[in-house]
Ligand binder design. Structure first.
Ligand SMILES: Nc1ncnc2c1ncn2[C@@H]1O[C@H](COP(=O)(O)OP(=O)(O)OP(=O)(O)O)[C@@H](O)[C@H]1O
Length: 297
């Protein structure tokens, strides 16, 4: 590994650990009484749900960004979340990933892991990966190096200094390169990729950490039609082996996601911090309240 790569890894880890929660009102006292040891990769989905939010409320200076939000995502499900600007979609992701602490409610990963007792870095380690809207790849590194770095992101700096890729890990990088359509670009500098390719690379970096649940915030914003279609194919290929929550405004993309893959895919419409409607895309599009919210009637 090059010194540059080691430094980048150290910076990534330091930045990750240093990030404070936006609101830290309850993690300390709630966690103290009956904490459990979190084993990486261990999620109990025997009851079917991989994510369970119950009555979550988040207030900012008295304004309820989330208002008693309840939502359940099944293991292996691909769930689309839509909603007008300000509906609370980003705040919901922030609660799941530990960036924002709710005032009230419960958030469970599987049936046993209480997310509200974990720090942001712990939540990432137990298998919840988040893709933000803007791609944040290492522009000066190659595509391959970005994926290699993602493998090491959860290692301590000292361990990563002596880290060598095993054959299995090389195979995994190869698999991910194929999945994200960047096999032929492995040695290209990430800064030279198109916007869509950078988005795929970042999704690939998440996949390197083998998340059980992927949270994807407006993944196709700024993509061409062809890139959007390929992204839908990619997500559909992950359905089943991963659980995906996709927040998106692009209804054509939502249409592609709901028509492909498993049948009966559900769409959740958020409005004013709560679930306004949930069902198939046809169900929610036919719902009068949804039409009213979107068309302002
Ligand atoms: N840190 C904050 N302080 C004050 N208000 C906030 C904060 N974060 C979010 N809000 C408000 O909470 C509401 C929900 O915001 P949020 O970003 O979750 O909505 P969204 O559905 O993701 O919107 P968009 O589709 O525009 O990204 C908005 O009215 C927003 O202004």
């Amino acid at each position: 590994m090059t010194p540059d790569l080691m430094e980048a890894g150290a910076r990534l880890r330091a930045a990750h650990d240093a990030r404070p929660p936006a609101k830290a009102t309850e993690s300390g006292d709630r966690g103290a009484s009956y904490s459990r040891v979190v084993q990486p990769g261990e999620v109990d989905v025997t009851h079917g749900a991989i994510l369970y939010l119950d009555d979550i409320t988040v207030s900012f200076d008295g304004f309820r960004a989330l208002n008693r939000l309840s939502l359940s995502i099944s293991a292996g499900e691909l769930r689309c979340i839509i909603g007008p600007n300000g509906a609370g979609k980003t705040t919901m992701m922030d609660v799941i990933t530990g960036k924002t602490r709710p005032d009230e409610g419960k958030a469970y990963f599987g049936s046993t892991i209480d997310l509200l007792r974990l720090r942001e870095s712990q939540i990432a380690q137990i298998g919840i990966g988040r893709k933000f809207q803007k791609p944040t790849v290492y522009e000066q590194l190659t595509v391959f190096e970005n994926l290699e770095l993602a493998l090491k992101a959860d290692r301590r700096v000292r361990a990563s200094m002596f880290f060598r890729l095993t054959g299995e890990q090389l195979d995994r990088i190869g698999e991910v390169l194929t999945l994200i359509h960047l096999k032929d670009s492995a040695q290209r500098t990430a800064g030279n990729l198109s916007h869509g390719q950078k988005q795929w690379l970042e999704i690939g970096m998440l996949l390197m950490q083998d998340p059980k649940l992927l949270l994807l915030d407006e993944p196709v914003a700024g993509m061409t039609d062809e890139e959007t279609e390929r992204t839908a194919e990619l997500f559909l290929s992950l359905e089943g082996s991963h659980s995906l929550v996709v927040v998106e405004h692009d209804m054509k993309f939502i249409g592609e996601l709901t028509q492909g893959g498993r049948n009966g895919k559900r769409v959740t419409v958020l409005h004013e911090g709560s679930v306004l409607s949930e069902g198939t895309l046809a169900d929610v599009q036919a719902n009068d309240k949804v039409v009213e919210v979107y068309l302002g009637r």
